[in-house]
Design a protein around this ligand. Structure first.
Ligand code: SF4
Ligand code: ZN
Length: 401
């Protein structure tokens, strides 16, 4: 499997890829031809579906790896509210970065799939064990190709603009196997004229610059680009970030990767999210200046949100990492709603002010509860920000909506 995907990568045109379902490959375990769904072993050997879902999971660095039995390929998404996309593709279930504040483990994608997680990867609690399991969807590019071939309608809202985001529920470049699935999906989408938004915390994204550049070439006759690449960079203090994003690469490496991608002519953006209550105006100033130097199309900004079951885990992780100031501030916003509202509004104001100073577009994501907690005129302006369209110049998708 790994060899096939790497061979695809080395073909002349980055958009040429080997479609496993069309090439008569055999299962490494039973020898049957791969005709429908398939997956792989941790070592990269291709498996037919029956053998794939029967295999034991493999543990590496405390993370259980196996096959995801999910049927879903492309899902409609509510992230148009953030002006991000209308569809999402997730290349896996679980995420080895294990960010403590991550909202994904408290969504039905995890909570409603506890039996599957126990059976496939011996996960006893999908929420508390977040970060310790990763179930891949290896055949996603092949299934996506067939799905797009049949698709008659394409959802295009004015804020989502028909964009497909990869990924919202996992990190699409967290390792080589996830990156191979991601690359295949991008190729299938851009070669059919569907706009793609990449969001990752992994610098490995820079390995796919060749595909992104082909996406830009394909955009030439369109009013906007088919591809944009972003990274989550809330703060440039690697140690502070490590405390609550324990498995993710350092933000300084994310910034470097985005710089490379931007220098290669690809539109980039930053998700400055979630920012911490310990961050100062000076830190914001430096960060936003760095993002302006990247020539980012937009900086999305969002203060950390103390709601949700995982926030206490975030506080605990900061304490365990010896980040007492961070832990204390997180406790304060968790215990004192007014303090949280005040901090949120202040950081969003800083971000906008500094965006103007450094000449980079800032698009803030005010929380609904924050809007409810302020006076009428401030609520009105926050609502306007919440319903704004990001300034990115995105190509229209090929299909009519
Ligand atoms: S990288 Fe994203 S999906 Fe993965 S744990 Fe962190 S926030 Fe969640
Ligand atoms: Zn088999």
């Amino acid at each position: 499997m790994d060899a096939i995907r790497e061979k695809s990568r080395k073909k002349g045109d980055p958009l040429e890829r080997i479609d496993v379902l069309a090439t008569g490959h055999k299962c490494a375990s039973c020898g049957n031809e791969i005709a429908e769904r398939f997956s792989a072993t941790y070592q990269g050997d291709i498996l037919c579906w029956e053998c794939a879902i029967d295999q034991e999971s493999t543990t590496k660095n405390g993370v259980e790896h196996t096959t995801d039995p999910a049927k879903v390929v492309l899902s409609e998404s509510g992230l148009y509210h953030k002006s991000l996309c209308d569809y999402v593709i997730n290349v896996a279930t679980g995420c080895s970065h294990g960010c403590k504040f991550c909202y994904v483990p408290s969504t039905p994608n995890i909570t409603a799939r506890q039996d599957m997680l126990s059976e496939q990867a011996s996960v006893s609690d999908g929420q508390t064990d977040w970060g310790s399991y990763l179930l891949y969807r290896d055949d996603l590019p092949e299934r996506l190709a067939r799905k797009l071939g049949r698709k008659q309608k394409w959802k295009t809202t004015n804020r989502g603009r028909g964009v497909v985001m990869i990924s919202s529920g996992t990190d699409c470049y967290q390792d080589r196997r996830a990156a191979q699935i991601t690359r295949g999906c991008i190729i299938e989408l851009i070669s059919r004229g569907f706009p793609v938004r990449i969001l990752t915390r992994s610098p490995a994204v820079a390995r796919d610059i060749d595909v992104f550049q082909r996406g830009i070439e394909l955009s030439e006759k369109r009013d906007g680009e088919l591809i944009r690449v972003g990274s989550s960079i809330p703060c440039l203090d690697d140690k502070q970030v490590k405390a609550i994003e324990p498995g993710a690469p350092p933000p300084s490496a994310r910034l470097e990767a985005l710089r490379k991608i931007s220098q290669a002519g690809i539109p980039v953006y930053v998700s400055m999210s979630p920012t911490y209550p310990t961050q100062t105006y000076e830190e914001f100033d430096n960060l936003i200046e760095e993002f302006a130097n990247l020539d980012a199309e937009v900086v999305f900004q969002e203060p950390i949100n103390p709601r949700g079951g995982n926030f206490q885990m975030t506080i605990k992780a900061a304490e365990e990492a010896g980040k007492d100031h961070l832990a204390d501030e997180l406790k304060k916003i968790s215990n004192d709603r007014e303090y949280w509202v005040k901090y949120s509004i202040q950081q969003m104001q800083w971000a906008e002010e500094l965006g103007a100073k450094h000449d980079v577009d800032v698009h803030v994501w005010p929380d609904k509860q924050v809007i409810k907690s302020v006076g009428e005129s401030q609520a009105k302006s926050l609502k306007e920000q919440r319903t704004a369209v990001s300034p990115e110049n995105i190509a229209d998708p090929s299909l009519p909506s």
